[in-house]
Write a protein that binds this ligand. Structure first.
Ligand SMILES: *Cc1c(COP(=O)(O)O)cnc(C)c1O
Length: 364
């Protein structure tokens, strides 16, 4: 019996074909390795793709979040409102920006935070609201935008899992004051290493972010802005991302198709696969919920299907974050952390592999 892997990054690189080594060699031969022509072109192409005027390449998605929160800092405001079920990236970034955490519970059907969850937590201590488009599903950005505007609090979209998601012609990342992306290899748009981006429509914020990602420089060797650091997207990664960006929409459609097969196959079983049925969802992960997770994972493993859990420990229960948030009950977050599991989902899965997963789901 062959094993269906949760992911296999070699297949993505193989699918790139000769264009991949060609692009890498051109960078090597060009002799310009950071903030050169590939980086500049990628920033322009990615901004156009998302539908915002400014894109800043940075070294990772976590850096993107940290830089966004630092750029948005307002004196006297010291906490970030966010979800506790999104892998801890925003929490780590907020702590690095010197901010405390206030967690909103998520909606049981989407596992994303909704406008009401956020509105109830906003007061004059809140520096920013960070919403993760979890598993690739675009949250209710219209409603969230309204809540943040009413309270005059910045709205940040964490689009690390949702590149390309759209609703009413607006892409993920085009509604928030700032939005962040990760190009970690397993993301829907992945590099051959680390990478990230911050996008914004705000000229002033863009200028601040541009300085913050490079030592706080306003001009070369002149540190104008405090809190700066070094976080750059290198030329090799930018070249890979330029090669792959035009293919993301097609890959996202394939991910949705795979998840649709899983939803159908699991219908009526003890496993409910979360649907990804429309362009607002880019199927970053195929996540399902069940009561008896250990037994289900064992049964799937016996049929050669790899699974994982994204994410097993909510942020408010992480040892290193224990004293960094105002404790409040998060029943949906806590329950779903016990019930979720992720199934294999990446664009290069073969029909036979998808069928093998579906067979295992039908037999549950
Ligand atoms: C991957 C991810 C990040 C962090 O990105 P890195 O590039 O690994 O730092 C942030 N937020 C979410 C939701 C992610 O999935």
């Amino acid at each position: 019996m062959s094993i269906v892997p949760l992911n296999d990054l070699r297949r993505g690189a193989q699918a790139d074909g000769a264009a991949l080594p060609d692009a890498l060699l051109r960078v090597v031969d060009g002799g310009w390795y950071v903030h050169g022509p590939q980086h500049r072109a990628f920033e322009a192409e990615f901004a156009a793709y998302v539908g915002v005027p400014h894109c800043l390449g940075v070294a990772s998605g976590t850096d993107a979040l940290e830089l966004a929160l630092t750029a948005l800092a307002t004196p006297g405001r010291d906490v970030v409102v966010t979800a506790a079920n999104a892998g801890g990236y925003t929490s780590v970034a907020a702590r690095r920006s010197g901010l405390g955490l206030r967690f909103a519970d998520v909606q049981p059907d989407t596992l994303c935070v909704g406008p009401e969850d956020v509105a109830a937590l906003i007061d004059d201590r809140v520096a920013a609201v960070v919403v993760t488009h979890l598993y690739g599903r675009l949250a209710d950005v219209g409603g969230l935008r309204e809540v943040c505007d009413r309270a005059d609090v910045p709205f940040v979209e964490d689009c690390a899992q949702a590149v390309g998601a759209q609703r009413d012609g607006r892409r993920a990342g085009s509604t928030g004051d700032v939005a962040t992306f990760s190009f970690y290899p397993t993301k829907n748009l992945g590099a051959l290493g680390d990478g990230g981006a911050v996008v914004t429509a705000d000229d002033v914020l863009a200028g601040r972010l541009r300085a913050l990602r490079q030592y706080g420089w306003g001009a070369k060797y002149r540190v104008d802005i405090p809190g700066g650091r070094n976080s750059r997207l290198d030329e090799l990664q930018a070249a890979v991302l330029r090669l792959r960006l035009p293919q993301v929409d097609g890959w996202n459609a394939r991910r949705r198709e795979i998840i649709r097969c899983y939803v159908d196959a699991a219908a009526g079983s003890r496993l409910a696969v979360l649907p990804a049925d429309g362009e607002h969802h880019v199927g970053h992960l195929a996540v399902a919920e069940c009561e008896d997770r250990d037994a289900v994972r064992e049964a799937l493993s016996a049929r050669g299907v790899q699974t994982d859990v994204h994410y097993p420990v909510p942020d408010h229960m992480q040892p290193a974050l224990r004293d960094q948030h105002d404790a409040r009950p998060l029943p949906v977050t806590e329950q779903s952390a016990q019930r979720i599991l992720s199934l294999p989902c990446f664009p290069q899965l073969t029909e036979a592999e998808v069928e093998q997963v579906c067979g295992a789901l039908r037999d549950l």
